[in-house]
Design a protein around this ligand. Structure first.
Ligand SMILES: Cc1cc2nc3c(=O)[nH]c(=O)nc-3n(C[C@H](O)[C@H](O)[C@H](O)COP(=O)(O)OP(=O)(O)OC[C@H]3O[C@@H](n4cnc5c(N)ncnc54)[C@H](O)[C@@H]3O)c2cc1C
Length: 235
């Protein structure tokens, strides 16, 4: 067993010319406190909802991703940001897009000898607005029934040019709603944007019945959360 928690080299957030780098050992509290471009508001929103303040002080971004829970709150915002993970071992460094890295419930492509050293986010969405919505049975210390991250970029005329929407806790791994993302560009970025979302946009989700909610309830909740997250982005 190796304790990686003292590796200061892979902790903290830096903004570089083409990308923002979040060190794997960055805690959720550090994510919340670091000034970041607006497209990270969804990630900050997720950070505020991870467990409680005590958990946010200790829990790290890498732990959240490597744990690969379908209910990991950090995953949808990072998926929406097109994040990549950087894995380091004595054999070298490799990068994998987050979408491919998490392959199932508690399963990732991380090899046993690899440390998740960082998360790399391209800076092309820096000025886009973003939002995170989580539904749980109570406000804090709760596993998500469903959660959504949305990012909306607009042009000078107030139209959507780019939209990213990711849903967690409603399939074995969090998913981007690619059909919705294809349809939103061109829409007016004003109140009412959420009304463009219909059940068919969530067809790729495969929620399950469990102790927290039925599949039907999850699907319905996810639809509402997607609409609200998009409204947040244009409010
Ligand atoms: C009471 C409680 C409430 C919680 N609530 C939430 C919640 O609301 N939302 C949520 O998403 N999570 C929640 N969690 C889960 C967890 O705390 C967070 O996901 C946290 O971000 C995990 O980070 P960690 O550093 O504690 O990881 P650990 O729990 O220490 O590690 C998780 C896994 O990742 C591996 N790992 C960790 N770091 C690395 C690394 N750098 N490289 C390679 N492998 C690594 C570990 O070996 C382990 O297999 C909760 C946990 C508790 C105890």
């Amino acid at each position: 067993m190796i304790d990686v928690s003292g590796l200061e080299e892979i902790r903290g957030i830096s903004i570089n010319p083409g990308y923002t780098r979040i060190g794997g050992l960055t805690t959720w509290t550090e994510v919340i406190r670091t000034p970041l471009p607006r497209c990270f508001d969804a990630l900050k929103g997720a950070a505020r909802e991870v467990g409680s303040v005590q958990i946010q002080n200790r829990g790290t971004v890498a732990g959240n991703l490597c744990n690969a829970s379908p209910a990991a709150d950090g995953v949808p915002p990072l998926l929406a940001l097109d994040a990549e993970v950087e894995l380091v071992s004595t054999s070298g460094i490799r990068r994998i897009v987050l979408q491919d890295f998490i392959v199932g419930n508690r399963r990732t492509l991380r090899r046993p000898d690899e440390v998740l050293a960082g998360v790399i986010v391209p800076r092309r969405l820096d000025e886009a607005r973003s939002a995170f919505r989580k539904l749980g049975a109570r406000r804090y210390l709760v596993i998500s029934i469903a959660m959504v991250a949305a990012i909306v970029k607009t042009d000078g005329a107030g139209h959507v040019t780019d939209a990213r929407v990711a849903v967690g806790s409603c399939s074995v791994t969090a998913r981007r709603l690619t059909e919705l993302e294809r349809e939103l560009p061109g829409a007016k970025a004003v109140a009412g944007l959420g009304a463009l979302v219909t059940e068919k946009h969530l067809a790729s989700l495969s929620p399950i019945d469990d102790v927290r909610a039925t599949a039907e309830y999850r699907r319905d909740a996810a639809l509402t959360l997607v609409r609200r997250a998009l409204e947040d982005c244009v409010a």
